[in-house]
Design a protein around this ligand. Structure first.
Ligand code: PRP
Length: 183
């Protein structure tokens, strides 16, 4: 049992929960991509922890690559306009692409990214999102093919997710105490 960080209010998903979710998603992906050699693309930085676990839960040939994007706007909310900071090193024409994300909120980052990658003529582009944030009355712009878990509209940290670059190294998914981000 992990010790709770003093800035974390509740654990939403423990290490054990995460292991179960990743194993289930890995099995789904293995089944769907058995003969396809997909390129699995993680979006930096938040997705690296999930990517490292998920790729080892997939039992078929894959390639991996990374992209880094930065949203224009105030940084707190996605504006849907995304600047590519690091592009793929791999050509994706005719290739099956699976984008790995840590969390889908508005979905604007991903919908922009998917459109951009689709323009390069891949065989397919799908999304594996570890978390999908449920915001009442606000359906995400993208529907991921694989979803780990749904989380409430709270400040979620850990397992790659940050607040001001902190907490990414927590091994569980937690809700940040409001007094930490309202300071
Ligand atoms: C987070 C997350 C997604 C995006 C989701 O990244 O990793 O890329 O926000 O938001 P959206 O669905 O509303 O577009 P962030 O910009 O915080 O960068 P990080 O991965 O480096 O933490």
């Amino acid at each position: 049992m992990e010790t709770l960080h003093p800035d974390v209010q509740d654990i939403l998903l423990s290490e054990e929960d995460i292991r179960g979710i990743v194993a289930r998603m890995g099995a789904e992906i293995t089944k769907d991509y058995a003969d396809k050699n997909p390129l699995v693309v993680a979006v930096l930085r938040g997705a690296v922890v999930f990517m490292a676990d998920l790729m080892r839960a997939v039992d078929c040939p894959i390639g991996i690559d990374f992209m880094a994007v930065s949203s224009y706007g105030d940084g707190a909310k996605s504006s849907g306009v995304v600047r590519i900071v690091k592009d793929l090193d791999t050509k994706i024409e005719g290739r099956d692409v699976l984008i790995v994300e840590d969390i889908l909120d508005s979905g604007l980052t991903l919908s922009y990214l998917m459109r951009m990658l689709e323009n390069r003529g891949p065989a397919s582009v799908e999304v594996a999102a570890f978390l999908v944030k449920d915001v009442p009355g606000n359906a995400p712009a993208v529907k991921p093919r694989y979803v780990g878990a749904h989380v409430p509209d709270e400040f979620i940290v850990g397992y790659g997710l940050d607040f001001a670059e902190r907490y990414r190294n927590l091994s569980y998914i937690g809700i940040l105490k409001p007094e930490v981000y309202q300071k």
